[in-house]
Design a protein around this ligand. Structure first.
Ligand SMILES: O=C(O)C1CCN(c2ccc(-c3cc(CO)ccc3Cl)cn2)CC1
Length: 316
């Protein structure tokens, strides 16, 4: 048996912050942000934390699929911004929706997290589990250094995910998961300093990113592996992690594929890290661009902090 995506859902915190709003108290401008990133606005959670965003997604998935939480075998949450080290976000979701038969754990692969998590869910189904949730959820707004205009304007909060169920036909037909820890300082966030009787460390400044380094990684390593991954196979849609419009345009050019195959919604959400691909997937299904009738070849590509990156080939 194989995994089949049978429902998708997204949840965005209600507070929308426009570029102009940021420009009121940060030395930036709508013109700079839009021209360099393609971002126009982002959702920033207030009292809601990552577990709240992911719980809303789980509730929507159960309602859409008309299934009972107790019928779930697993819940995997991909996040770089969990509420706690323990309990995991996945366990918090499991308890809040009453999925008392589901094992549950978080997966940390930053912006490649959803691709890693969906591959992991697929592998559980191929080894016998029947049904589970795979969710990407972030509140990176709590990790960001809001004094650093080079990163604070890029990120947004949000969550989205899929219901994955056993089916006798394969639809996630190829996986490629990669990492390069030698470039782990390319995107750093969430350090917990030791402050004990035995050892004391200073706080770190909040999220830092080597933009140039990740830019080159995306255009070189990610593109090269993607070419090997798709080989000569005709692909209908490429759902890329929504980090930056200009980067995606350059990657499409290097792949010699028309930009129409690379849908982008980052104007509305900014970079939502592990949530960006499932938010895009849910919007495309809602808009009818993806029909879920097994006729389309869709590649999901996550890439970012770790460095971690990965591709999945879906026949949706
Ligand atoms: O134009 C400029 O000056 C700047 C140049 C640097 N930029 C970047 C660079 C890298 C990323 C990025 C981030 C992640 C993390 O999710 C993953 C993947 C990527 Cl490609 C996003 N923006 C912004 C505009």
């Amino acid at each position: 048996q194989y995994g089949k995506i049978t429902a998708t859902a997204r949840y965005l915190p209600k507070n929308i912050v426009t570029n102009d709003e940021l420009a009121q108290w940060m030395d930036t401008s709508d013109e700079w942000i839009q021209s360099r990133t393609g971002i126009k606005q982002r959702h920033i959670a207030e009292e809601e934390n990552t577990s709240d965003l992911c719980t809303e997604v789980a509730r929507k998935l159960l309602a859409k699929a008309q299934i009972d939480a107790a019928s779930l075998d697993f819940i995997i949450v991909a996040t770089m911004s969990p509420d706690y080290s323990s309990p995991s976000v996945a366990c918090q979701v499991q308890g809040r929706i009453g999925a008392n038969q589901a094992m549950a754990f978080d997966l940390a692969a930053a912006c490649a997290g959803f691709v890693y998590a969906l591959a992991t869910g697929e592998n559980f189904i191929r080894t016998g589990l029947k049904r589970g949730l795979v969710i990407g959820g972030e509140k990176t707004s709590k990790l960001i250094n809001w004094e650093d205009r080079s990163t604070a304007v890029l990120f947004g909060d949000g969550a989205a995910g899929v219901l994955l169920e056993a089916d006798n036909k394969p639809s996630i037909t190829r996986q490629m998961l990669r990492a390069d820890g030698e470039r782990s300082n390319s995107l750093v966030a969430g350090f917990r300093p030791t402050k004990t009787k035995f050892h004391q460390e200073d706080d770190q400044a909040g999220l830092t990113m080597d933009g140039r380094g990740i830019w080159n990684f995306a255009l070189n390593d990610v593109v090269k592996d993607l070419q090997a991954f798709v080989k000569e196979e005709p692909i209908d849609l490429y759902l890329f992690h929504q980090a930056n419009r200009r980067i995606i345009e350059k990657m499409a050019k290097k792949l010699k594929e028309p930009i129409e195959k690379f849908p982008m919604n980052l104007a509305n959400y900014g970079n939502t890290s592990a949530a960006s691909i499932p938010i895009l997937l849910d919007e495309l299904i809602e808009a009818g661009s993806i029909h879920l009738n097994g006729t389309q070849k869709v590649v999901l590509t996550g890439y970012g902090g770790g460095l971690a990156w990965g591709n999945l080939l879906l026949e949706l």
